[in-house]
Design a protein around this ligand. Sequence first.
Ligand code: PHE
Length: 447
Amino acid sequence: MEQHNDNFRSRVGVLLALAGSAIGLGNLWRFPYLLGTNGGAAFIIIYLFFVFIICLPIMFSEFTIGRRSGANAFRAFRKLSPGSKWNFMGIFVVLTPILVVSFYSVVGGWTIDYMVKAATGAFSGTSQQLGSLFSDTISSPLGPIIYMLVFLVLSCLVLLAGVEKGIERFSKVMMPALFVMIVIIAIRSVTLKGAGAGLSFLFNPDFSKVTSQTFMDALGQAFFSLSLGCGTVITYASYVAKKESIVGISAQTAIADTTFALLAGVAIMPAVFSFGISPSQGPGLVFVTLPYIFSHLPLGNLLGVIFFFVLFIAAITSAISLIEVAVAYVKEEFKVNRVVAVIISFVVVAVIGALCSLSQGNVLHIELLGKNLFDLLDSASANVLMPLGGLFSVIFVGWILKKPNVSDELTSSGAVRLKKAAIDIIFFLIKYIAPVAIIVIMLGAWL
Ligand code: PHE
């Protein structure tokens, strides 16, 4: 099938773009706080198991859907299975990333705000004062929306430059820099006095904190962190050359993402323990605890700027991949050029994002199911929408697309060597293990 005219150019470019999508606030913000509330190493073990047994087969499936169709996420299902009942999936995988990126951009805005705060020496006082600084920051009506818009405009500038000249080039520069910076912060953290307790929290499992919700949290986090179940991998895969290995690229992306999450844990937990702070305080961990720690370290302001810059870069490469799903959809389905598609996507995301941001304050406090809009989108995307998107993708690939097509795609029509046994195992995971596991874990958490 034909491909688009603007594609990824090199294998490294594909890898860094996918890693850019995967590595994000999920690794630096969500992973550490989930780890903190779910028993540290015990959570990591369950998480790793899910990444490699359930999520990697899902990534193979989404990669297959995207590359084989060579179309945007909406069109991909129609193209591979014309006239089928699967058209709803096309809509699902375009809507989910729009919802995700709406709250994601709000947090992206906070990262810029906190970079400015670190640079201007705003981190001082007790941890309680820093707690109120954070809640005041995010609940004020205008500030967070302006920062969110800055974040979105910057993301859209990269998108305007296109797949190869924008997304690929940006990822190639930013992702290596990101790794270097997180390693520097991790080294600083483990050399603090009393850092050992943080490391043992990270690497000695405490299974007493594990509940059925832990499994759901770990699965949701694996989906969120690997950018699965929401059209992103499908869209990026449609820009990947036929000769590249789906299995190789997916596995490397998962390894890069997991390594980065662990590095983030090593960067954050030892510092938290060294200051005698509880790791289990939830989403405020990165925005309250860390500023408190920075305010007590020599060169703390500089470290603060670097840390929030890391957070910002990680977030923007992910936001770009989320918005690109909408851009590709609008561009191809409404036959407009990239500029128009980017502008339309920007407006939609900015409006929902502004509502999310306002839902945290008093001016327009929108609540649904007992949660404000922001919290609802955060938990619903990882724990409901993305697992469902992933579930449908593996069912589609395992049961509709059929094995010969999948095997043809996994081997790049013979260009990539894969043992027959390997294909059999992968297909078995896609067709039976992944769907059953997702259903069991979701039911376990809900019932
Ligand atoms: N994977 C990103 C992160 O960990 C978030 C994301 C989700 C990006 C879904 C794209 C698609 O922060």
